[in-house]
Design a protein around this ligand. Structure first.
Ligand code: SF4
Length: 190
């Protein structure tokens, strides 16, 4: 059994070719006695026994059972990681959002996700807010403001892809910015 690889050797290739061996065994009834990883400039070959193939098969079965269990969880268990910053669910996932905030540098210009607490009743063009204990301005065009969800003083709001201005003291909600009110401080502390 030979698995041809076009890239560099990676952790996991050995297990992969072993599982190919299991599949071969179960489909043909013949257990391979050797498996090989063929890279562009090198080949690794080693012997395998039916016992090793059975162990690999049992581990795969356990992994499939675990994956099936995880897929049946509603809501699914959060697994925060580097992908959270691109995840479309990040504003509604407290674990992922928290991970994103704690691992991201504070952006002082450009586009960023921001969490702030509404500190004044929103007007047609914006509201005062606090972020990390500091007062900031959140601004928007009237047309954008009309499409925002209802916001009240004390609401914690997550804004995806807003424009950061004034060295991080002003955040502009643009037409593409997604705005998610979360728990208000009042509700959170009730
Ligand atoms: S934000 Fe939540 S759902 Fe999205 S990748 Fe992160 S942990 Fe998973």
């Amino acid at each position: 059994m030979v698995d041809f690889k076009t890239g560099k050797a990676k952790e996991g290739h050995e297990r992969q070719v072993l599982l190919y061996g299991v599949l071969w065994w179960r489909v043909t009834g013949e257990a391979p006695s050797k498996v090989s990883l063929q890279y562009l400039g090198a080949r690794r070959t080693w012997t395998v026994t039916p016992d090793q193939l059975e162990v690999a098969e049992e581990k795969l079965g356990a992994a499939i059972d675990a994956a099936g269990g995880a897929l049946s969880e509603h809501p699914a268990t959060a697994r925060p990681g580097d992908g959270c910053r691109f995840c479309p669910a990040r504003a509604r996932c407290d674990e992922g959002w928290g991970h994103f905030l704690s691992t991201s540098a504070r952006v002082r210009s450009g586009i960023s996700d921001v969490e702030a607490t509404v500190a004044s009743a929103p007007s047609e063009y914006g509201f005062l807010a606090t972020r990390d204990g500091k007062e900031v301005d959140v601004v928007f065009d009237a047309a954008v403001g009309r499409r925002l969800p209802p916001l009240a003083q004390g609401d914690v709001v997550r804004m995806l892809d807003c424009v950061v201005k004034d060295e991080g003291k002003t955040f502009e909600i643009r037409p593409w910015t997604e705005v998610f009110p979360t728990l208000s401080h009042h509700a959170a502390h009730a």
